[in-house]
Design a protein around this ligand. Sequence first.
Ligand code: IPM
Ligand code: MG
Length: 372
Amino acid sequence: MKLNIAILPGDGIGPEVTNQAIKALKAIASEFNHNFKFTTADVGAVAIDKHNDALPEKTLELCKKSDAILFGAIGDPKYDNDPSAKVRPEQGLLKLRKELGLYANIRPVKAYKTLLDKSPLKKHIIQGTDISIYRELTGGIYFGEKHTSEDGDYASDLCGYSREEIERIAHLAFVAAENRSHKVTLVDKANVLETSRLWRRVVKEVAQQYPDVTLDFLFVDNAAMQMILNPKQFDVILTENMFGDIISDEASVIGGSIGLLASASVGDKYAMFEPIHGSYPQAANKGIANPIASILSAAMLLSHFELHNEAELIRLAVEKSLKLNITTPDINSVVNTVTTSNVGDFIEDFIYNPKDTNLNFKNIHLGQSTII
Ligand code: IPM
Ligand code: MG
């Protein structure tokens, strides 16, 4: 298959983790005879520094003419600590999502067997967790009218949703549930918010078209508690933009590290793949960032184009690296000599030689000794 992939590394650890995902994709292309072409463009704080624009026109154009986008991370503390900054890196990502109509953000959360002891949560609670979060991505409070009074002492953000915005992502969530454990949980705050009551009404209607799928409802505060009390009860979680942002960071604890969580942002025309983690500026260029979320985002990219065997091989490589402890310090705090690119190299090697036990043996030692 021929694919033009736009690479938007962004800020902080974005470039180094994205590089590992590219290595994996190149290995896949070579092993399975695909033709992947990568073109890089600026977004976020780097783009503001260079072009005074968090999403330069050229970047947007590249995304529009590509088959898929691989996104790194966005954000820089120099903007976080200056609330008066007119241009902010995050605007680049939000504009990109809106312009490309990426209304559904899919975030899988899984408890890896080999990492059960690494999560701060008890093993028996997280074991067997397999959730797919469907977060609405182009509406709600993120995109409603924003206002600050002239004296600067009052501010508001409007949260609005239309029936159509709810319907289109609800259908995706139900279709996903049909192929999984047949359950959708709508997370909302319908006891307080009008928008949530609209979500309930519309989602109930959509549910009638999917008789094999059970629909239930949870208020977001309760859902936040249930997520760490009994995550196994969830199959597909459907929720609005802001609640999805919060609940997915919380859910990442189940996997053992936010550095493991990948996501796909899809619309009717375009698709972008991005780790859910941020730019982690304190870690940039230290070789300690976990590249797995980015590598698994690349696997989601492959699945999106129905390249399931290819995606599966990447997932297998990731599982192998976790099993062999070839992991960065966020997971492997005792043996922390494994760098971001060591993990990427291992996964690349595994894709080329999945059956080579020697290679794996060699790498075990690489991960556990001081020879790096
Ligand atoms: C995410 C991030 C973004 C969001 C930020 C960087 C704007 O937290 O993708 O979850 O809030 O959507
Ligand atoms: Mg977030």
